[in-house]
Ligand binder design. Structure first.
Ligand SMILES: [Zn+2]
Length: 411
């Protein structure tokens, strides 16, 4: 019976410590579950195990003190460009894209959607070489253009094949969350119409970057007639968007489009966010449904920077923090119909961001280089992906080296 004693001991240890990790004392913002209050969050086997007012530290193998910090679902950024690498050299796809893990987890982002870098021709390569190998959860809006976001072919309607795109979307249904059209300069509606055809065949939403705004296909018609409820227009605060009427009021057609169920994504990017649009529009209540970065090589070191910086801009323009979190987590998750992410329900994957809201003198820059001062800045302290520490700015999850004795590599 000697074997029985250690087994029993192991059993009891397991019963006493049912959780792998507990985040203690943070202010939890979980918009899906209408929670914004101080709570402890426990994780077991990569999933959210409990969200309660007091979960004893002794019940977890590791307790992390996150008092004075915000605990939110892992952020969901639905407009990025992460089809990086040698693929499509000399074209937009490879040159503008960045590998996701270098720019996501350190900003609290655990889920991204690549916005049309790849069409049906390149999607298998994108999936195999980038998405599958990333720690970040990566989804794709499939470009209606077979060669994807690749310069000249984007202008060729013959490269827009709704049947091929829909077929690809169906084959990669766990990866493709929608269809994207972008950068089209011609006077016809062909890029938008073929995208919607593909989306209808595949049962998916569309994300529209309207490209060149030309009078033959008015933007107002796009959002009030062409786009369907649940479709997303990205680059809300782009200068080309006819945002205001002669009196400086948000144009009535925009309210009408929103009432129809058309969604407006921020899509900051390197050229699509100016304060002289964003500030008055937000003062009048025309905020983006989803907050996204449009991360690429042209935006990451300019005014955009990263998701936490873009969220900080929203905060400093007057959006309450709970709303900022909603529009960076649960709302975009719903827009891409991936409702497993973007919340902290018990049983959900433990993708979690722990954010610091610092107060001080900060500055934010738009895509034309204009500055807005602000008193608040969000940064990511800690990011968990499926319950594992994926980013830890100040070592909150680690033990002080002087307490560890003769320590070695982590097991
Ligand atoms: Zn983009």
């Amino acid at each position: 019976m000697r074997w029985f004693v250690p087994l029993l001991a192991a059993c009891c240890a397991f019963a006493q410590q049912p959780y792998d990790l507990v985040l203690k004392g943070g202010h939890v913002i979980d918009p899906k579950n209408k929670l914004s209050a101080v709570r402890d969050v426990a994780v077991a086997n990569g999933r959210i195990a409990a969200v309660e007012t007091n979960i004893p530290a002794s019940k977890a193998k590791r307790a992390i003190d996150v008092r004075a910090l915000y605990v939110t679902p892992g952020l969901v950024d639905i407009h990025v460009h992460v089809f990086a690498g040698s693929c499509a050299v000399g074209e937009h796809t490879g040159e503008l894209g960045v590998y996701p893990d270098g720019f996501t987890l350190r900003s609290g982002v655990t889920t991204v959607v690549d916005a049309g870098s790849s069409g049906w021709r390149g999607l298998p390569e994108f999936y195999e070489h980038v998405a599958k190998r990333s720690r970040t959860r990566v989804y794709a809006f499939l470009n209606i253009v077979g060669r994807g976001m690749s310069g000249t072919p984007e202008q060729n309607p013959a490269e827009m094949d709704p049947a091929a795109a829909a077929d690809c979307a169906r084959r990669y249904k766990d990866f493709v969350v929608g269809i994207k059209t972008a950068h089209y300069t011609g006077p016809e509606w062909v890029a938008v119409e073929k995208s919607i055809q593909a989306a209808e065949l595949a049962g998916l939403p569309v994300m529209v970057d309207f490209g060149e705004f030309v009078s033959a296909r008015p933007f107002a018609e796009l959002v009030t007639k062409k786009m369907r409820p649940g479709d997303m227009y990205t680059h809300l605060y782009l200068e080309r968007v006819p945002m205001f009427d002669a009196n400086g009021k948000v144009a009535p057609y925009l309210w009408e489009a929103r009432k129809r169920g058309v969604l407006f994504d921020l899509g900051h990017g390197g050229g699509s966010f100016i304060f002289r649009y964003a500030v008055p529009a937000m003062q009048q209540g025309f905020a983006p449904d989803s907050i996204s970065t449009d991360l690429h090589t042209g935006s990451m070191n300019a005014g955009m920077k990263d998701m936490a910086n873009v969220m900080s801009k929203m905060l400093n323009m007057g959006m309450p923090l709970d709303e900022v979190i909603l529009r960076s987590t649960w709302q975009p998750a719903r827009q891409i119909r991936r409702e497993l992410v973007g919340h902290l329900s018990v049983g959900a994957p433990a993708d979690i961001a722990v954010l610091r809201l610092a107060k001080g003198d900060f500055g934010f820059v738009d895509v034309y280089g204009a500055r807005m001062k602000g008193a608040s800045r969000l940064t990511a302290e800690l990011t968990l992906r499926d319950g594992a520490v994926a980013w830890d700015l100040n070592g909150l999850a680690s033990v002080d080296w002087q307490k560890l004795g003769k320590y070695g590599p982590p097991k």
